[in-house]
Design a protein around this ligand. Structure first.
Ligand SMILES: CC(C)(COP(=O)(O)OP(=O)(O)OC[C@H]1O[C@@H](n2cnc3c(N)ncnc32)[C@H](O)[C@@H]1OP(=O)(O)O)[C@@H](O)C(=O)NCCC(=O)NCCS
Length: 342
């Protein structure tokens, strides 16, 4: 039976670089504080003409073009995001139009920073059954930040990562999507999220006067603790369930939340730092985009080789958390667009 395979990968990091030094001109923070607490040195911000759909399309197009895949042959276009183009229609509809994916069905999924792995777990069987699926994780999180909340504003960035998925029996090899686990705990929904602007708290002039906008609210220390515990646990459970040993995991590709969380997870799972990929220093936390961008960057740097096993772990709003195994059968074509300027 065919298995779901990543045929090609695309990534897009908008060109504008926002450094810690630039942030410290805007708010009461410092490069030293941000680096020591998070490992982040800089992040990318979308330009004035860029939106979630246009950033998604850049990553999606990079994935399609790197394989020479005709967008007209796509069956599905999925955008996974917490910062959509608008309430309705789905961001994916704008992306479908802009890519020319004429006969595709387009839909969004929202799952916080674990959403991309959750989405892959939903899409795996679809791709294995023979459907051609473009999945794009995208965030413009800098549009959702309260710049008066220094403990949150310094953590996030913008970007997109895209995987073209299809079945393993069409003569196209790549990175096979293996088993995965995911879980949520909605009792923790108040700790991390964007509470205002939905139907529970419609934005009104009164709310705006109280300083409550469409921005991220987070209780940092609680998030830190849960993120480390849940990602370590779900990573270990997946390795054990797949009858793998830690030595057989060549790379951990974690959600790029912050370096301290990544280090604590690799320590708790028992995998040395050299086998844990991180580029959080340059792109910060890009939410649903982070794992796709990380894989695009790893391919760009030629870090992967056939035969390798990869473990991804992610955690985010919900709380939701997930783990996913991948097997590199062959290096898929990829393009990571990340030229930047200050
Ligand atoms: C946000 C986070 C970096 C804060 O680090 P922390 O060590 O917990 O810091 P605290 O919140 O205890 O704050 C310590 C002090 O630093 C201050 N501080 C917070 N943000 C600051 C900033 N950007 N610059 C300077 N000082 C800052 C606080 O006001 C506090 O000052 P006080 O002691 O005078 O009250 C940390 O909690 C974290 O990484 N949490 C997880 C966040 C995350 O990854 N979220 C997304 C998950 S998907």
């Amino acid at each position: 039976m065919a298995e779901a395979t990543i045929w090609s990968v695309g990534g897009y990091a908008p060109p504008h670089i926002l450094t810690n030094a630039m942030l410290s001109e805007r708010m009461d923070t410092s490069d030293e504080w941000i680096r020591t607490r998070t490992g982040i040195q800089e992040r990318r911000t979308a330009g004035p003409d860029e939106t979630t759909a246009s950033v998604s399309a850049r990553a999606g197009q990079a994935a399609l073009e790197s394989l020479g895949f005709d967008p007209g042959d796509l069956d599905w276009v999925l955008v996974c995001t917490d910062t959509p183009e608008m309430w309705s229609p789905a961001t994916a509809c704008f992306v479908q139009e802009s890519l020319g994916a004429k006969r595709a069905s387009a839909i969004d999924l929202t799952g916080g920073c674990a959403g991309f792995l959750q989405t892959l777990q939903i899409l795996g069987p679809l791709a294995a059954s023979g459907q051609n699926v473009l999945v794009i994780g995208t965030e413009l999180l800098t549009h959702a930040l309260d710049w008066n909340d220094r403990s949150t504003a310094v953590l996030f960035g913008d970007g997109a990562g895209a995987f073209l998925l299809g079945p393993s029996d069409r003569g196209v090899s790549g990175i096979r999507i293996g088993p995965g686990l995911s879980q949520s705990d909605g009792s923790q929904a108040d700790i991390l999220g964007k509470p205002y602007g939905g139907t529970r708290h419609n934005i009104t002039p009164d709310l705006v006067a109280e300083g409550k906008h469409h921005t991220i609210h987070m209780e940092g220390q609680k998030v830190f603790k849960h993120a480390v515990t849940m990602m370590s646990d779900i990573g270990r459970r997946l390795i054990q369930g797949a009858n793998l040993t830690l030595d057989q995991i060549d790379w951990v590709v974690p959600h790029q939340a912050n370096q301290r969380i990544i280090d604590a997870v690799s320590h708790q799972v028992g995998i040395p730092n050299e086998r844990v990929f991180s580029h959080v220093a340059h792109f910060a936390n890009t939410g649903s985009a982070s794992i796709g961008m990380a894989l695009a960057d790893m391919l760009d740097r030629a870090l992967l080789a056939p035969g390798q096993q990869l473990l991804s772990v992610a955690f985010g709003a919900g709380f939701s958390w997930a783990s996913q195994l991948f097997t590199v059968d062959q290096i898929p074509p990829s393009r990571f667009i990340h030229e930047g300027s200050l």
